[in-house]
Design a binder for this molecule. Structure first.
Ligand code: AMP
Length: 196
């Protein structure tokens, strides 16, 4: 019989894990919201910001709505996965996110993409994020900061997943449509230039 992992206690905290999250916004001043969200996460107990990608502009999926600004960040956390999900959801809420239409516009969307090498499937949480391999707006910024991270489901690195997406007709279109956003956009195309 498999033994459940014992809950962390004050004497026995959760082990440190490297985590990848994706950030997105398409309502209000998205750039500012995303910057403030990263600052808010940095201040949360048990969360340390290690690296962040540049921001990208992506076409929306689903109903007609403004373009999204997207990016990814690497965190080091001493929280259990569901506790981190709660921190992410509380941060979304703090920045005005109200859960309404699926795929609809949002002031802030925070997704948990990878949690160390763990595979998690509970009622509230699926990790690796089930749609990471089909989303250019996740893979391109993630490849900037964690190209060699191996997705424990496919056994492929983030860079390999991004390259595979480029081979796919729709994925290739989404990759081509992804634009660097903001001050870095005058520079050499960052994540995509390194990948292709
Ligand atoms: P969304 O509206 O796309 O932000 O989806 C949020 C819902 O997806 C919440 O009910 C979460 O409990 C659930 N969920 C499942 N897996 C994940 C994940 N890896 N990251 C974020 N939310 C998740």
């Amino acid at each position: 019989m498999a033994l459940a992992r014992p809950a962390a206690t004050a004497q026995q905290p959760e082990p440190l894990e490297r985590v990848a999250i994706a950030l997105g916004s398409n309502l209000g001043d998205s750039r500012t919201t995303l910057e403030l969200a990263l600052k808010a996460l940095e201040r949360c107990e048990g969360v340390r910001l290690i690296r962040r990608s540049s921001w990208y502009r992506s076409a929306p999926i689903g109903p007609v709505q403004p373009h999204f600004i997207n990016g990814c960040a690497l965190l080091e956390v001493s929280l259990a996965p569901e506790a981190l999900l709660e921190v992410l959801q509380a941060t979304e809420h703090r920045f005005g996110r109200r859960r309404a239409e699926r795929w609809g516009p949002r002031t802030l969307d925070l997704d948990l993409i990878l949690f160390g090498t763990q595979r998690i499937a509970t009622e509230r949480l699926e990790v690796p994020h089930p749609r990471m391999a089909e989303r250019a707006f996740v893979l391109v910024p993630l490849a900037e900061i964690a190209a060699n991270w191996i997705d424990p489901v496919s056994g492929r690195s983030v860079a390999e997943l991004a390259a595979a997406l480029a081979e796919d007709l729709k994925g290739g279109e989404a990759l081509a449509a992804l634009e660097p956003e903001g001050p870095q956009s005058g520079r050499k195309r960052s994540g995509m230039a390194q990948l292709f």
